[in-house]
Ligand binder design. Structure first.
Ligand SMILES: [Zn+2]
Length: 653
């Protein structure tokens, strides 16, 4: 097919699609759903209310591969057409009138709704949804265009052994014979990509924000000990953001739900954030990998993204840049100023790398990378605040939100408010930071250098002169500066440098792979650090460097699992299988355990580690290969790509 024809028809189609909002304004959708997970089927009855803005002869609802029955307009049966993407109804619609449309539907969603472990023996049976980038209209007939916001009230009937979580307030839980019917009520409208459903076995604990909003925090029944480290600072973050933004939290309550094999770190569905259960952690894991940033980011979206939503991808930074910036402000309140400046400095480095690769784009380019939308967006807000001052910035933010609540916005809606509160002409700022493709690194650095922490960090430079740096690792410079020294001159490390804190010791573990014999004892002490990253690296490096001590190291680390991806346990199993004289009688059992971790009942992060180690030790047997084959169809594209690549490698050997 001619490529130009394809492009042209795409533009025509999207143009027509965008137009429905000019004629029709959907107000409410009340849906009653039931789900049969074994068949991956959803069926339901929906009733919509919409207002006609201009005379029009047809109205559509996005609905992917669905079947419809009993389609009624104003309580009268109406004929309809279904092209597999949309349901169309024809009628002489009159302006300023409100219409009711209702129907029954059946769907077998291929994406946007995911059925986890229902065909497995064991595992963690769940159903969860992901609207952004996938379209809710795969499981719930709705309007894909995010400019048509409506109030969605979902009622779901499901097996009574499971919790059912959706947007809004649970107003009724009706207990039937073998099922429960859950009634959720929203009071304000949202774009359809923010509608969510999560079903699984959960417990929950509730807190209340300073302003009285219920915070409902879900967790797996077996994870009660991980609850505190996982949700650490949740209430503090919530109270901070509400005060900082200056506009009350817009929704009735706030729920957070971990799910298995999620597609991203987290998703800010309205009042109902869903996040990857790899963030459900114990207090040792907290040091290296915690939920704080994602927690704050998704919460910030409840204002920036959900209360005010971009009109199109051109303004995507109004969602991601703002969520990234406000998450960082919340973290600053928890971890301090140095942390804040350090993160911004890291963002700037990433953007500089992107710039050097010739991949910089305008912040207003809808095809920009995540690095640009999230990190340049956050830096731009930091710089804007510096330019106009705290007061004008905060007042501008507040006015911007209060002027467009539950509506859609563009960049100008924001900038014009800050122009008003600051009395400044921001066109030069917008041209330089938002429109211009180039990333102005020097100008960013000029701002970040106001932090004494960043100044000290930049002063430390051991690339050319190792001698003058010999004392640094035992001086009182920051951990980050010491880590820079370790990266530049790992050969400077002395026994006394192991007296540093956990982060510097971790950097030693990561970057000192060849262990001089005089450092052996000090290095062995790393196996006792409260960091799963440090223990994993230290075990591996010690095992490699000192073959006659392998049994000792394996005995010492036996039973440590590590992060949720079992980073330490899977490494330990692989090393054990390679160490002939360590527990020879248990080799078969350990091999079985490592192979078992490739099974779909485990999360894909564990499976990936197990696959990698089995490949490394050339022991991917038939069971492993069968699981690998199954993994090639996994809904996470990164994991399925990994599985396909590994399968090809195995087959070519
Ligand atoms: Zn985000």
């Amino acid at each position: 097919m001619n490529r130009f024809f394809v492009i042209l028809s795409f533009f025509v189609a999207s143009h027509l699609q965008a137009q429905q909002t000019d004629y029709v304004d959907f107000k409410t959708a009340k849906a009653q759903l039931s789900i049969v997970p074994e068949k991956q089927a959803v069926s339901g009855f929906i009733e919509y209310e919409f207002k006609i803005l201009k005379p029009v002869d047809s109205v559509f609802i996005d609905a992917v591969n669905m079947k419809f029955q009993t389609v009624y307009l104003e309580n009268k049966k109406i004929s309809y057409s279904n092209d597999g993407k949309k349901l169309w109804v024809k009628h002489d619609f009159k302006p300023d009138s409100i219409y009711k449309l209702s129907f029954n539907y059946d769907a077998f969603p291929k994406k946007a709704m995911y059925f986890i472990d229902w065909d497995a023996d064991g595992g963690n049976k769940q159903i969860w949804t992901q609207g952004q980038g996938k379209y809710t209209s795969n499981w719930l007939p709705s309007i894909d265009d995010m400019n048509d916001k409506m109030e969605f009230d979902l009622t779901i009937t499901f097996n009574k052994d499971y919790e059912v979580i959706s947007n809004g307030k649970l107003t009724n839980k009706q207990i039937n014979d073998s099922t429960i019917t859950w009634h959720y009520d929203m009071q304000q409208p949202m774009s359809s990509y923010l509608v969510a459903l999560a079903i699984g076995k959960y417990h929950k604990r509730a807190e209340t924000s300073k302003s009285g909003i219920p915070l409902e925090l879900y967790y797996y029944p077996e994870d009660s000990l991980k609850f505190e480290p996982t949700y650490r600072y949740t209430k503090q973050i919530f109270d901070f953001l509400e005060t900082e933004i200056g506009v009350p939290y817009p929704w009735q309550n706030y729920k957070q739900v971990p799910v298995k094999d999620f597609l991203y770190a987290g998703m800010e569905n309205t009042g109902t954030t869903i996040f990857a259960d790899s963030f459900v952690i114990d207090s040792i894991a907290f040091i290296d990998k915690n939920y704080v940033n994602v927690n704050a980011h998704e919460l910030a979206h409840q204002w920036f993204g959900n209360l005010v939503t971009e009109t199109s991808g051109i303004h995507h930074w109004l969602q991601e840049g703002f969520a990234t910036y406000y998450a960082l402000l919340a973290e600053k309140a928890v971890f301090g100023d140095d942390y804040y400046y350090w993160q911004l400095y890291q963002y700037a480095q990433e953007l500089l790398e992107q710039d050097k690769a010739g991949e910089s784009t305008s912040l207003l380019d809808p095809k920009s990378s995540s690095t640009t939308f999230y990190k340049k967006g956050a830096l731009v807000l930091h710089l804007l605040r510096e330019k106009v001052g705290d007061e004008a910035f905060k007042k501008g933010i507040k006015n911007y939100l209060l002027k467009h609540p539950f509506k859609n916005v563009g960049t100008n809606d924001f900038i014009s408010e800050v122009e008003k509160t600051s009395g400044q002409n921001l066109k030069p700022f917008v041209d330089f930071w938002l429109v211009d493709k180039q990333f102005h690194y020097e100008a960013v650095l000029g701002s970040l250098e106001k932090s004494p922490f960043i100044q000290d960090y930049l002063k430390v430079d051991c690339e050319t002169n190792a001698e003058k740096c010999a004392h640094y690792l035992s001086s009182n410079i920051s951990d980050e500066a010491k880590i820079k020294v370790i990266l530049q001159q790992p050969n400077l490390i002395k026994v006394k440098d192991f007296q540093n804190g956990i982060k510097v010791r971790q950097a030693i573990t990561m970057h000192l792979a060849q262990i001089p014999s005089e450092l052996k004892t000090a290095y062995e002490s790393l196996l006792n650090d409260e960091s799963y990253v440090t223990i994993e690296k230290a075990l591996f490096h010690l095992w490699l460097n000192f073959p006659h001590e392998r049994k000792k190291y394996l005995s010492q680390t036996k039973g440590i699992q590590g992060f949720n991806d079992k980073n330490i346990r899977t490494l330990w199993l692989a090393l054990t299988l390679l160490t002939a004289d360590f527990e020879p009688e248990n080799k078969q059992m350990y091999f079985q355990e490592l192979t078992n971790y490739t099974n779909p009942v485990y999360g894909f992060e564990i499976r990936q580690n197990a696959f990698l180690y089995l490949q490394e030790i050339k022991a991917c047997n038939d069971a492993c290969k069968e699981n690998l084959n199954q993994a090639t169809t996994h809904h996470s594209w990164q994991f399925s790509k990994f599985a396909k690549t590994m399968l090809e490698q195995l087959n070519s050997n």
